[in-house]
Design a protein around this ligand. Structure first.
Ligand code: ADP
Ligand code: MG
Length: 619
């Protein structure tokens, strides 16, 4: 046997201590940013109110964190660098409810094993600071105000294999800053400074403790993520039985190629969690383009006993006792925030609404005029059945304001009988002015110019209408006076027969006329505008792709989207101004109407300021 000489040469031995520490360190410390995260964790746990982070060469040469926290007594300094030494828990019971950033007691020991670490600290009651050199164990007096400084030099100097894995200084620096961002976002009452090579890169001032927590968090988000993030995001807030979520989520149009702006916190601690990520993705599923990644900052609060925060060495993963509940909380909160059309919050309530949505839509013979599907119209008819929860929160207009507004409109229209021109200021998406190249609607509102991609917008309206009908298991169908027949492929014939029930549910009646011919006898009323043969063919193709009944469930949105595409207004169709206005009004009351079914935006605002900018006006 070939392995005998191996056995002869090697006996089992205990690993040397330094090697054990270095191996363990690999689990906790991957790169400079991991050190930053651990040191910031400790500073925050020590109750710091000001934290300074100094970096050199992206953190590889030097990471220095200075805080004004409670400090470490001189006698305890050596203990702080021991493995499994922590001041944060003493017993197993405490493990359950601990509220610190993490307490595995191995960070400093790990960092010390792979760098030149110096720990310098002074508790307020100690009249001087002492520093401990990690490698030599040398202790000497220093001068510094109360608090702690930890300096880490030459990271991975003793582990060249790891050092090789580091990226450029610029990349490592970016990760370090990101780590600081993650801490800073959730601790607005703490001031942060980040220095690189002696230059101040970021300064985030402490937010007043007296201030309302949400306001303080908003302020901090503005500083850390920028004004742009605030402008491009929506607030979320929801409380279920044992948990509460708040924060802000990016508009679909602000999504990014990478998942690098997703911050989630559980009880103030940053986590990366599959349940939360999945719930967020599901909430965006219907409004996001392709593989784009949403941005969000989510704060989840729950009873500490319902989450285990200590399952992972880097303390970033958690385990929820009831992950289904967390999933539901996150998904619902995000869906609610995303579904309301944003155009409505562009402006305050119109002062003098004059024209009537009813009037405009009356001339829309060719448009799906299934008014009952519009949330507002149905609310008007049955105010007690106002169901769409998203209308109730976070918008310029409350449900009752909208109801009043629509009431006025209808009265105006019936009293005067006339329909004077819509005022530009009346509606969030404004008054239609013209159609451009058969593709865009140009409209004027109080802020300036609105451009609408009419096909994309209408597709979303039809899609949402179909989804609502589908949920009620009743897609309104319209029989064709003369059935449309077409020569079908064997696959199409097969799909038509196998999926008769599904087709029926979809509002389609497709029957086999002969071995080679299918006939469409009815189609959804919402799609009365399109080509019945093309619609049938596309739906059959979709069905042929997903034959199992359970795949059917998953393909449902896809099917409805395919159908919506057929019902919506084609490019190059000339619309009257009334038709354009009606489309704008429908957009204002249709959920998710700010994105088309593929996640692209359906409208854009160009403010007068933007336009003035184009022409260098007032410069
Ligand atoms: P853990 O944070 O899991 O307790 P660490 O190795 O990160 O383990 O730190 C060990 C101990 O050192 C902490 O429990 C704490 O008592 C002390 N310590 C570390 N950093 C600081 C700091 N910045 N201020 C005060 N004490 C600190
Ligand atoms: Mg720690």
């Amino acid at each position: 046997m070939t392995s005998t000489h191996l056995q002869a040469q090697r006996s089992i031995r205990q690993l040397p201590d330094t090697l054990i520490s270095q191996i363990a360190a690999g689990e906790v410390i991957e790169r400079p940013a991991s050190v930053v995260r651990e040191l910031l964790d400790n500073a925050l746990d020590a109750g710091a109110t000001r934290i300074k982070l100094h970096l050199r060469a992206g953190g590889v040469r030097q990471i220095l964190v200075q805080d004004d926290g409670q400090g470490i007594a001189m006698a305890d300094l050596p203990m702080a660098l021991q493995r499994h030494a922590t001041s944060k828990i003493a017993s197993l019971e405490e493990l359950e409810s601990v509220a610190t950033m993490g307490f595995r007691g191995e960070a400093l020991a790990a960092i010390n094993a792979i760098s030149e670490l110096t720990l310098c600290s002074r508790p307020a009651q100690q009249d001087q600071a002492w520093s401990l050199q990690g490698q030599s164990g040398e202790i000497k007096p220093e001068a510094r105000p109360p608090g702690t400084s930890i300096e880490v030099r030459e990271l991975f100097f003793s582990v060249p294999a790891r050092r090789k894995f580091l990226k450029t200084d610029a990349t490592e620096l970016a990760h370090c800053v990101e780590a600081a961002r993650r801490h800073a976002l959730v601790r607005p009452e703490v001031a942060f400074e980040i220095w690189h090579e002696g230059k101040l890169m970021h300064q985030w001032h402490a937010q007043d403790k007296q201030e309302d927590r949400n306001a303080a968090l908003d302020q901090r988000m503005t500083h850390v993520l920028g004004q742009e993030f605030m402008a491009q995001s929506l607030p979320v807030e929801l409380e279920l039985e044992h948990a509460r979520i708040s924060g802000r989520i990016g508009l679909p149009s602000a999504a990014r190629a990478r998942a690098d702006r997703q911050f989630s916190y559980v009880n103030g601690r940053l986590v990366r969690d599959k349940v939360i990520q999945h719930a967020a993705r599901s909430a965006y599923q219907d409004v996001l383009h392709g593989h784009r990644q949403p941005v969000y900052v989510l704060f989840i609060e729950l009873d500490p006993r319902r989450v285990d925060v200590n399952v992972h060495p880097s303390k970033i993963e958690v385990r929820f006792r009831d992950s289904r509940q967390i999933h539901q909380l996150v998904q619902r909160a995000l869906e609610d925030a995303l579904s309301a059309p944003r155009s409505v919050s562009l402006q305050a309530m119109p002062s003098e609404p004059q024209n009537s949505g009813k009037n405009a839509s009356a001339s829309l013979a060719a448009w799906p005029s299934d008014q009952e599907q519009l949330p507002l119209a149905s609310a008007l008819r049955h105010p007690e059945h106002q169901t769409s929860s998203s209308w109730r929160r976070g918008h310029a207009l409350t449900a009752s304001e909208r109801l009043k507004l629509w009431g006025q409109l209808h009265e105006d229209a019936t009293e005067s009988g006339a329909s004077p021109a819509v005022q530009a200021s009346d509606w969030p998406l404004g008054r239609a002015l013209a159609q451009l190249k058969g593709i865009y609607i140009l409209a004027e509102n109080q802020n300036g110019l609105i451009i609408v991609d009419m096909h994309a917008a209408h597709e979303r309206i039809v899609y949402e209408r179909l989804k609502k009908q589908w949920e009620r298991a009743h897609i309104v169908r319209q029989p064709l006076l003369i059935p449309v027949t077409f020569a079908a492929t064997p696959e199409e014939l097969d799909a038509a027969q196998t999926h008769e029930d599904t087709l029926d549910k979809l509002g389609l009646d497709i029957s086999v006329l002969s071995e080679k011919t299918l006939a469409v006898r009815a189609r959804p009323a919402a799609l009365a505008d399109g080509d019945a043969t093309e619609l049938a063919r596309d739906v059959l193709a979709d069905l042929a792709r997903h034959d199992a009944s359970n795949a059917m469930q998953r393909a449902q949105d896809q099917l409805l989207a395919t159908m919506a595409c057929h019902g919506s207004v084609r490019a190059n169709r000339q619309l009257t101004l009334d038709e354009m206005n009606a489309l704008l009004r429908q957009m204002e009351v249709t959920e998710r109407s700010d994105q088309c079914n593929h996640g692209r935006p359906t409208w854009r605002q160009f403010s007068l300021k933007d336009l003035d900018g184009f022409f260098w006006r007032g410069q």
